[in-house]
Design a protein around this ligand. Sequence first.
Ligand code: GRF
Length: 201
Amino acid sequence: MRLAVFVSGTGTNMAAVLEAARRGELGPAEPVVVVCNVPGAAAIDRARRAGVEAVVVDHRTFADRGGFEAALVAVLRERRVEAVALAGFMRLLTAAFLDAFPDRVINIHPSLLPAFPGAHAQRQAVLHGAKVSGCTVHFVDRGTDTGAIIAQTAVEVRDDDDEARLAARILAEEHRLLPRAIRWLAEGRLVRDGRRVRVSP
Ligand code: GRF
């Protein structure tokens, strides 16, 4: 399954996916391109150093969201991409993009959705006084972090945690969860039943 990974920043989740592929732990998934919307983001060089093509599609150079998403789809069609993993990608994708890859766009979010959707999820958890948070891989739908949940890992919130300490502990679990979810997707093991997703043996 030819995979694209979308990034906007540091790219450690993307790096974990590429490393899993190198170790043969991504099953039939083959990361063929990294797409970044932010010129100069660290993820770009990280991808190229790992030997994967990185393409910059700067959302600011398009008059509207439609133009940006059409450019994204073109990059993917040119490379016969079949699925997309969002890994720290900070742009919302609309139906125009999602309908081009039905049930083939997944995202990693640093909280146990539906708790703490949106930005700064780790900070939300600390400020709210949550005792447990974690990370979620879900299918991307038209909402913000509202798609059907594929997998989650719980992470304890400690009394002395601040946003950075909790984020670092969650990030380590994200690096394990996203490659696993990508492998299941590529193996055709994700069975959808409305909002519920089952991983078939
Ligand atoms: C991760 O915590 C991810 O869950 C969130 O943004 C962060 C991206 O980190 N969306 P990185 O770019 O993968 O290092």
